[in-house]
Design a protein. Sequence first.
Length: 629
Amino acid sequence: MLIDAFHGTPLQTFTGHLNNKGIPIEASFSPDFQFIFSGSTDGRIHVWNADTDYKVCVLNADHPGPGPFVTFKLTQEKECDWTGLKFSRDGKTILISTNGSIIRLIDAFHGTPLQTFTGHLNNKGIPIEASFSPDSQFIFSGSTDGRIHVWNADTGYKVCVLNADHPGPVQCVQFNPKFYAKWKHSGSIYYIVIFRLNCWHFRKNWIDTEQKIDFHSLFRKMADNKLYELLGVSRSASDNEIKKQYRKLAKEYHPDKNPQAGDKFKEISYAYEVLSDPKKRQVYDKFGLKGMQEGAQDGGFGSDELFSHLFGGGLFGGFPGFGGGMRRRQRGEDTIHPLKVSLEDMYNGKTAKLQLSKNIICTSCNGKGGKSGAVQTCKTCKGCGLKVTYRQLGPGMTQQLQSRCPDCQGEGEIINEKDRCTVCHGKKVCNETKILEVHIDKGMKENQKIYFRGEGDQQPDIEPGDVVIILQQKTHEKFQRSGDDLYFSHTITLSEALCGLTFIIRHLDGRDILIRNPPGQVIKPGDVKAVVGEGMPYYKNPFERGNLYVTFEIRFPENHFASENKLKLLESVLPPRTAFKMPVGDHVEEVDLNDYDPNERGSHSSNREAYASDDEDHMHGSGIQCAHQ
């Protein structure tokens, strides 16, 4: 029951536990106070709308009775035991702890994965409950190994592990509210209070001492500029500046030009690999090389796994008032655009200009759709864009139906025609044409994606999606590509196959490559020869290349190409024939070899079928039947 804290008057009653033969244990508000979450002795979590007392859903468990774990099936093959669930302070994300030694941060409205935090298994512990830091920059997780694991919420990198001096699991981690003011003032030091359980009977043992963690100092110790110094650029260098400097250094220190600089070449290649990747660069800027190495040992910098289709596309999506609905989304959809490029473009690199049409926020009304105060929340759907109706199926059985609100057409808002913006006509967005410069780097491959972050369609209160360019390779008339290798078919004469050959291949960059095969090295039909280092350049390491493979087909001479005397002369230099001995007897029959013509063979087959058909008609045409006497 929800009651007024000052007067004690009842405001709302939430029922439904008894229908499922459960007793409520503890109830909590969602961060925005719109929903009530209630644990139950039936091992479920019941969810109500706080304003309407409508039960939104029941999260089912697969084990009987209450307990520390609540199990939710994600697929038919795999299930995940949740040991803790926390909302962020803004209510937009959910932090889920699992007994699979993994903590996941998911989008509260769509259920999509945002970050994965791993590393408990390395310390032989299972996360019990995880918490956000006051600014939501860090994740603190208590563990059965008696430690507190700390991650960066944005990158998934494990910052540190806080060791305890006494045995027992860390049941939960909470931030002391009385230190919030000091934390906000310092901006770098967190004060935490640790709760522990001596057993599963909820007998709490309080630890009075608070532990101070100066993360900014920790970051300064871990950060370094070595990779920037290797490339000779500043920490604020743009992607193009880093790429340009890398190409310059790679030419200077390439082993082909400078055999003594092999180690230096590897160092600058590694520096470019890290600094050209936005995610790796972000981790390196905060934690340095040591952080990169430790992050890799703990399972990388987050992963995109699981929860992509959690509860049918969103933990709260599709339920009235949960921000799912038909219009409320945290992030817009990506715009996918295929771009056809030639094999020459992928070999040499190219900058292409692409013209796209996109929606932008209307500058006239600032995305409001009308005059100030003209936009009103739809009274029918209360702003969710959905109309919910119920249909009685039978005694105790009701079906819930959802459809687009007919009054606001799923927008959740209503604007009178006369008050609508004269530029966007109430649509809140306008269309504009934008030119994007697409940099096709050497060595890029078929279906490789190029991202333009935040360049997707704009919508009010929604983060724009990305423009994703997908490369599609055009068919080349001469070369075929497989990975970093090129394949080329070349037809030669019998004389070239036996006596050596010389020919030229015009490469993708316009170079003429002279290929020789010395006399005496016989080439057989279908032979494949390799030209090392003349394939496609490696992506992000264009001074290394794959191989060029040449498949040889042999063109034999026509019949009677030489006189009998020349044939005898040719036979004298070729390997001898296989010895032949004529068998003795009358059973030997001599036949001729003829050229094979598939069409002629089909004609003979048709004639035979027609002949057989005529015979059958002749046999049955007279209608002769056996006479019965």
